[in-house]
Each structure stands twice: as C-alpha cells, then as structure tokens.
Design a protein around this ligand. Sequence first.
Ligand SMILES: [Zn+2]
Length: 225
Amino acid sequence: MSRSLFTSREGGVSSAPYESFNLATHVGDELTKVIENREILAERFGINLENIFFMNQVHGRDVAVIDENSRFSELQTVDALFTTRKGVALVVLIADCIPLLLHSERAVAAVHVGRQGLVKGVFEATLKLFQTHGITSGEMRAELGPSICGQCYEVGSAMYEDVTKQIPASASENSCLNIEAALVSLLEEEGIAWSSMGECTAHNDAYFSYRRDGVTGRQAGVITL
Ligand SMILES: [Zn+2]
C-alpha cells in the first residue's frame, strides 16, 4: 500500500528566512542544515536517506523512472519521478506550485505542477507512464498538497489569456490563475479520484511561499509504494 506525506515549515533546523524545515539545497540555505532536515524527513517517513530521490526541477515536462539501477547521487533534471520499485521514496519540492502525488497499487509518482509544467503537460507525461505500465485511471488516486490559491496568484494579462485559453478551469478573479482548479479539471477529465489539502501557501504562514516571501525555503510532498 502506497503512503505519502506533505511537510510544512515546522520541525526543522534552518534559520530565517528558511525557518525551519527547508528541504531544498538551491535556495541559499546552509547545506549542513538542509541535510539535517532531510535526515529528519527520512526518519519521519521511515526510509533511509539514500533511498529518497529528489529531483532538479526546471518547470518542464520530463519524467524520470526510478528503477533498480537508479542511484541516489545522480540527481535527475526533471519535474516528475515515477517508480514501480518498493522501498524508495520520491520527493517533489515546492513553495507555491502544486506537489501532486499519484498513488496506485503498482506504481507511484511525485509531480511538480506549476503554471509552466501544467501548460507543457507534465501531468499528461506522467499519466502516460502509468498507462504504459497497464495501470488505468480507475486504479489511480491523486493527492494535492498545499499550493498557491486562485486569489493569490496574479499574473499579467497576456499570460492570463494564454493559460486560461489552454486550460479554461485556470480562470479566477482579478487576473489571478487557479492552478489547482486547472489540475483538478485534468484529473476529472481522466476519471482519477483526487483529494486536496485545500491549503494556500501564500495565505498560510505555516508554509513556505515564494510569491509572499521571495527568498525562502521549500516544503515537500513525499510518496512511496
Ligand atoms: Zn491564497
């Protein structure tokens, strides 16, 4: 049975502006503290740190498959991780984008879904991997962690037009995009059952928010088969 976890700012050792449970190495925090936080995560999740796979996220649509040959030290530049291997955990790091965790009996995935990834099709690319493994939408379940809400994500008019034209459900009020509503529309089109924490990273100080704070940490979505 797959299991998962979403982290918040609470429970780590980093100092301001990364206080305290920052799990990202690319945001300017002290590396030793990030590693200590990752060790705390590993202990909380009950998996050795060398079996937890992170990714170098670039707002694209590429997916990496973690299999028996995958090595912890080889950080992949992708926006989704997929595995059928038991005993490993997949991590997506976010501070406003959606951490999307996809569950099934035979495979799991961690997906970084921001505006760009959504438009480029990172969700569809990940879904395709489940399908090539013979896993149907009905066998899958999606979990959405904390992300910026449809009142907080204001964009310029050209971008608003562009994104809402491609995914109408992304339309919100006052030139804001609702990325979660857009992703939910794609999940429902595919018939994938979903649940969301319904927490906005920008509204809620318990989470890191890039929009709100600029220089800040990253929280995680973690999943294992
Ligand atoms: Zn909000």
